[in-house]
Design a protein around this ligand. Structure first.
Ligand code: PAJ
Length: 280
């Protein structure tokens, strides 16, 4: 496995790499990240894992400085996942002094997470675009765990005619159902089980949809009832939305997406799940 820190080095080597799959991460790798690396490994000649805690996607209320980091462990895990190249760009390469060009997706990025984390997606799309330019991958792998991020990145790729494929990978969960996240490190094992309440609420809505309930108001009311069982869960938003436009739906026709975010013991957790109506 090769460790690369400078863009010039990456550019010089790129021509020999054949089909490149890129997996962008902010490090502190867990099984969710590793599932993306496995998906990339299966179909690409060269797998590039970028490790970069991107300062511009942290809204002021987030603490960029305290984001969990463990580079030696990340490098071990990347090597064990048969990654060919780990790219750890210097902050100078990503945001040189005077940097002032931004990539911003419109309406899709301004609702849900965008409302609670102003500027977050602008930071994400800017760094993802920059890393696309540096690595020039044929495919890039994103987790459904961050569903809105996935949809926003796909929109950027379509709108800007970027010549690469975006591959969506399913959410990897703990046995309790809680989606794996670097932020789970802030919760004890016991609290993580309780924090899976959002996922359990979504499973309950899916159960109802499977029996033919299609009105969003009924499904959302049922989810709220499940969430009310956990006093520690402080909901930011919960919605049933169109899978592409992320617009709220009054009624599920065949498929939709449930998206939600809550704060649990002060830790902000997001989740989402496909919602499929029983076929008539
Ligand atoms: P990060 O939070 O490190 O996540 C990197 C990738 O791993 C994202 O595509 C995310 O959706 C995916 N991922 C995280 N948890 C997952 C899980 N439980 N199951 C499946 N996939 C999971 O997302 C970012 O970094 C950044 O915003 C980034 C795209 C790297 C831009 O800075």
């Amino acid at each position: 496995m090769k460790l690369v820190g400078r863009v010039a080095e990456l550019r010089a080597a790129r021509a020999d790499w054949g089909r490149v799959g890129r997996v962008p991460t902010m490090g502190f790798l867990h099984d969710g990240h590793l599932s993306l690396l496995r998906a990339a490994r299966a179909v690409n000649e060269t797998v590039v894992n970028s490790l970069c805690v991107n300062p511009t996607q942290f809204a002021p209320s987030d603490v960029f400085a305290s984001y969990p980091r463990d580079t030696p462990r990340d490098l071990e895990l990347a090597a064990a996942s048969d990654v060919d190249v780990v790219f750890m760009p210097s902050e100078y390469d990503v945001y040189p002094p005077g940097f002032d060009t931004w990539v911003e997706v419109g309406a899709l990025a301004s609702r849900w997470e965008g409302e609670y984390r102003h500027g977050h997606f602008r930071g994400v799309t800017t760094v993802v675009m920059k890393l696309f330019q540096m690595i020039q991958p044929d495919a890039a792998y994103f987790g459904e765990k961050d569903y809105q991020q996935l949809v926003v990145v796909k929109k950027m790729v379509a709108d800007l005619n970027l010549p690469l494929e975006i591959v969506a990978c399913p959410t990897v969960r703990e046995p309790s159902g809680l989606a794996l996240s670097s932020r789970n490190a802030y919760l004890s094992v016991e609290r993580r089980r309780a924090a899976s309440i959002l996922y359990r609420a979504m499973l309950r809505a899916q159960e109802l949809a499977s029996s033919g309930v299609s009105e969003s108001s009924v499904l959302l009311a049922e989810m709220q009832e499940v969430l009310a069982q956990e006093f520690a869960a402080d909901l930011d938003y919960l919605a049933i939305v169109d899978r592409e436009s992320l617009e709220p739906l009054d009624r599920v026709v065949s498929q939709a997406r449930m998206v939600g975010a809550l704060r649990f013991d002060g830790v902000r957790l997001i989740d989402n799940l496909e919602l499929t109506l029983r076929s008539a």
